[in-house]
Design a protein around this ligand. Structure first.
Ligand code: ASP
Ligand code: MG
Length: 479
């Protein structure tokens, strides 16, 4: 079996839904289980309305109307007059009534508990799963919804509940397995579950991916597919460089690095159970369903080690601290880190020399206080408007010639800071924001577009180390 999870964007209109239905149809022989997100904007609207009601603002009702109208629009575009459309209309009516009761209670008590928030938020996926099931039926599939709350049992940490794998496994076997055996397509709302007592919970924002991973892991899926309306993993942000290439395969560590740098495809922690069990997770773009997408895998066929992407993060501030007396002193770093901790500011890159330390931060809310406190330790300088440019990949420690190629590519860019040996999967340089795009282009060209004439000695050695794969031809990803 396979799991096919669809994000909000890919089910947000009747034609997107039809495309999704065709896609599921194409995979029918692989026994798909379909996991859905709420329709676009719906989770936000539901939660906004909850906050408004808790603040005694009666315009929460506008949000409820909007949620209703969004679903009505898609349903009337998608479903012809007939039993399917009526079924969904009734379902919608009931859910909206249920929401009104919940919001009225929140309004009356002027109190919104995490438990109530979850009951409200889960309505988005309860609605979308019914709609997706109707879209699949339209396509001639035998689709059947399963209420996630009868299967995805969780602890009672409302708003960030953890699935109870031992409880879920037998329920999936009892409910889903037989359906798959008879050619039915189970459709289940992601993001939500229930406690053992049957109280509705949610797994946290973006949690539909987690539902897909849990189901795929427990049913030993051949593959978990996360379909979105997103640019999948690319060698560079296509907005920065039109010659970006899709990355065919990444390791989970690379996926995590890329997620930090804004590839907002999925949260790596969400797919952890699947990755740990060695189940491949494929990221696909519903706007381009024929493309292979990106496979997140731990398997040996990951391809040669080396860079997989160049990423960039702007708006970085550098804080330099120097203190000649630091020479051979102990405890200095601790004192410095304590200051950042006290002001709740995470540090990203760090570089040290004998008597000075540079760190970068994203968050400058408490910069003035940090500066004041640091001044007691030494001389402080602040550099604003910088960017971190990183090369992400695998096996960097053993990849010969990497530093030479990076520095050559950046020969006309002023590099302010370097973070080299902290990990096997990332090398970062800090440059002025104004130089960032040039640095990104140069690195991208160096590692992904260099014409493969005669490979250098070190390239030959890398190829040998990685199983004899050729170095990339212009315009093809080395994996
Ligand atoms: N609808 C939920 C959210 O927006 C869950 C998801 O889409 O993954 O966070
Ligand atoms: Mg998502």
């Amino acid at each position: 079996m396979i799991v096919m999870k669809f994000d909000a964007g890919s089910i947000g209109s009747h034609d997107r839904l039809r495309a999704v239905a065709r896609l599921v149809q194409q995979h029918k022989a692989r026994k798909p289980v379909v996991v859905t997100s709420a329709l676009p904007k719906v989770t936000d609207l539901l939660l906004e309305a909850a906050d408004l009601a808790a603040g005694r603002q009666s315009d929460y009702e506008d949000r409820v109307q909007e949620v209703k109208a969004l679903h009505e629009q898609v349903a009337s575009d998608l479903l012809p007059d007939g039993p399917g459309r009526r079924r969904f209309a009734n379902h919608l009516e009931e859910r909206i009534e249920e929401l009104r009761i919940l919001y009225k209670a929140v309004y009356a008590l002027a109190e919104l508990t995490p438990r109530t928030r979850d009951a409200i938020a889960a309505v988005g996926e309860r609605l979308s799963s019914e709609l997706v099931a109707e879209a699949l039926s339209q396509q001639g599939l035998r689709a059947e919804t399963i209420d996630a709350r009868t299967v995805i049992l969780t602890d009672d940490v409302f708003g960030a509940a953890s699935p109870l794998m031992d409880e879920i496994a037998p329920r999936l076997k009892l409910k889903m397995k037989p359906m798959l055996g008879t050619g039915q397509v189970p459709v289940i709302g992601g993001y939500m579950g229930a406690t053992r007592e049957g109280v509705t919970t949610t797994l946290g924002r973006g949690g539909a991916d987690a539902t897909a991973a849990v189901i795929g892991t427990l049913l030993d899926a051949e593959e978990i597919q996360i379909w979105g309306e997103v640019d999948a993993f690319m060698t560079v942000d296509p907005k920065l460089a039109p010659d970006a290439l899709a990355i065919p395969r990444v390791s989970p560590d690379e996926a995590a690095e890329l997620a930090y740098f804004g590839t907002k495809v999925l949260h790596p922690a969400m797919i952890r159970p699947a990755v740990d069990k060695g189940i491949p997770v494929r990221i696909g773009d519903t706007r381009e369903p024929g493309a292979p997408g990106t496979l997140i895998t731990t398997s040996a066929d990951l391809g040669p080690s080396g860079p997989c992407a160049v990423v960039c993060r702007k708006g970085i501030t550098v804080i330099l601290l120097s203190q000649p007396r630091m020479l051979m002193a102990t405890g200095f770093l601790r004192q410095m880190f304590e200051i950042f901790e006290r002001h709740d500011t995470p540090i990203d890159l760090i570089a040290t020399s004998e008597v000075s330390i540079s760190v970068t931060v994203d968050d400058v809310e408490h910069l003035a206080e940090i500066k004041a406190d640091l001044s007691r330790l030494g001389e402080v300088r602040i550099l604003r408007e910088n960017a971190i440019v990183s090369l992400v990949g695998r096996g960097f420690f053993r990849y010969q010639g990497l530093s030479r190629r990076i520095f050559e590519a950046l020969s006309d860019v002023n590099v302010v800071m370097i973070s080299f040996a902290a990990s096997d999967v990332n090398i970062s340089v800090l440059v002025a924001e104004a130089d960032a795009e040039r640095a990104v282009h140069s690195l991208h060209r160096e590692f992904f577009y260099k014409s493969a004439e005669e490979p250098s000695a070190e390239e030959k050695s890398n190829q040998k180390a990685s199983g004899g794969r050729k170095s990339p031809k212009s315009g093809s990803h080395p994996r």
